[in-house]
Design a protein around this ligand. Structure first.
Ligand code: GAR
Length: 193
């Protein structure tokens, strides 16, 4: 892991679409001495994403791509990533589906999903978990593959679902664990390098 300490930290881009609470936790993690990553770039699919405030606060370069022309935007993003020598992409609440061409990106792409994958891929996970009266849900960090929420799992955290949980309550409980899990998954991934 020595390879990614000090000025050699792995250049990382975080992709967001909304609140950006995972982005915030990743930034805080990246600033720790033991962290193998440095966040150099933030991509947002919306100019209204609340998470962009962290880009401003922590003075991280940011760009907005609305995907109106998906292929053109993806090409532009890939160009930017190459120019900035980005080796790791962390999807953090990014609500766009990356094309097969994009995921050929010359580096690692990770995603965090608010369920115990392979269960509950896609949207409205908490609603479906509660509807099905599941006793447990959780969150998963995984590699991004060409199929939605389907790449190899890096790390998972189980969270108990209480009878009184609403989708909102459950989402809050799981989000808290996501903020711990994403940095842990990155540490795990780089421990053997
Ligand atoms: C998180 O719960 C993340 O797991 C989820 O969106 C939320 C973003 O929150 N991602 C997905 O559902 C992707 N399939 P944040 O903007 O506060 O990090």
């Amino acid at each position: 892991m020595k390879k990614f300490l000090g000025s050699n930290k792995l250049k990382t881009a975080v992709f967001i679409s909304g609140t950006g609470s995972n982005l915030k936790s990743l930034i805080k993690f990246s600033l720790k001495k033991k962290s193998p990553i440095k966040i150099n770039f933030i991509i947002s699919s919306s100019s209204k994403a609340n998470g962009l405030k962290y880009a401003i606060k922590f003075k991280i370069k940011r760009k907005i791509f609305d995907y109106k022309n998906k292929q053109k935007d993806e090409d532009l993003i890939l160009k930017q990533l190459k120019k900035k020598d980005i080796g790791l992409i962390c999807l953090a609440g990014y609500m766009k589906i990356l094309s097969n061409n994009f995921i050929k990106f010359n580096g690692i792409i990770l995603n965090i999903h608010p369920s115990l994958l392979p269960n509950y891929k896609g949207l409205n996970t908490h609603e479906r978990v509660i509807q099905n009266k599941e006793k447990f849900s959780g969150c998963t960090v995984h590699f991004v593959s060409s199929k939605l929420d389907s790449g190899k799992i890096v790390l998972q955290k189980k969270v108990r679902v209480n009878k009184t949980d609403t989708p909102k309550k459950l989402s809050k409980k799981i989000l808290k664990q996501e903020h711990i899990l994403y940095p842990q998954a990155i540490m795990k991934l780089f421990a053997n390098l």
